[in-house]
Design a protein around this ligand. Structure first.
Ligand code: FE
Length: 207
């Protein structure tokens, strides 16, 4: 039985992109939802530490590309495990298309894109919640959308096969990207160096 009821909420997975001053950027999110139908509005909550968050706050526009079960792990590492502050994620990235609001939709490993114009921004402390009016939407493929559970079960690489003999060593494994921290205790303020997720996303395993 799941020990944390919060884990029972199902999420989709998305690349959220924006453009500002001729610069394109995007990040992975699992928090996109349609919040009203009339008018058609969507919301997305993004960590303030993300460069994309900063850019959307200024540009007032974004596009959500919905990741499908055809998405490879490389899309997650490309858009999720590095920062647009240090890397131009769209340099040499051909699988995208400019939408009407001037942002890029990702066309590989996705099944639709939705563009929106920000109507409201709610400060949630660690995150900004953007509520956007849908300005354009298009279906790209009939491959089912990737859920967070599908990502965990089928897209994220499995940890390396255990050695013949157990070492009995304790490691803390990031449940998002698989990074392993060696040690009995994981510092409470630990941040995964690969995917930037907090200590709460690590599980204790004996290898
Ligand atoms: Fe990680």
């Amino acid at each position: 039985m799941s020990t944390n009821p919060m884990f029972n909420i199902q999420y989709g997975l998305f690349v959220v992109t924006t453009a500002l001053d001729g610069r394109d950027n995007g990040c992975i999110s699992n928090t996109v939802a349609q919040v009203t139908a009339q008018p058609n509005q969507i919301s997305v909550a993004l960590n303030k530490a993300n460069y994309t968050t900063d850019m959307i706050r200024q540009s007032g526009r974004f596009t959500v590309s919905i990741l499908s079960e055809a998405a490879g792990f490389d899309l997650f590492t490309h858009f999720g495990f590095q920062s647009g502050r240090t890397v131009d994620k769209f340099a040499g990235f051909a699988d995208c298309r400019r939408t009407q609001n001037g942002t890029l939709a990702v066309t590989r490993g996705t099944n639709a894109f939705i563009s929106a114009e920000v109507q409201q921004t709610v400060d949630l402390g660690t995150h900004l919640l953007f509520i956007g009016l849908v300005t354009e939407a298009e279906t790209l493929s009939d491959t089912p959308s990737a859920t967070y559970n599908y990502y965990q079960a089928h897209i994220k690489p499995k940890p390396a096969a255990p050695a013949q003999e157990k070492t009995g060593k304790t490691v803390w494994r990031c449940t998002i990207c698989g990074y392993e921290y060696e040690g009995e205790e994981l510092p409470a303020d630990f941040i995964c160096p690969i995917c930037k997720h907090p200590a709460s996303d690590f599980e204790k395993v004996v290898v």
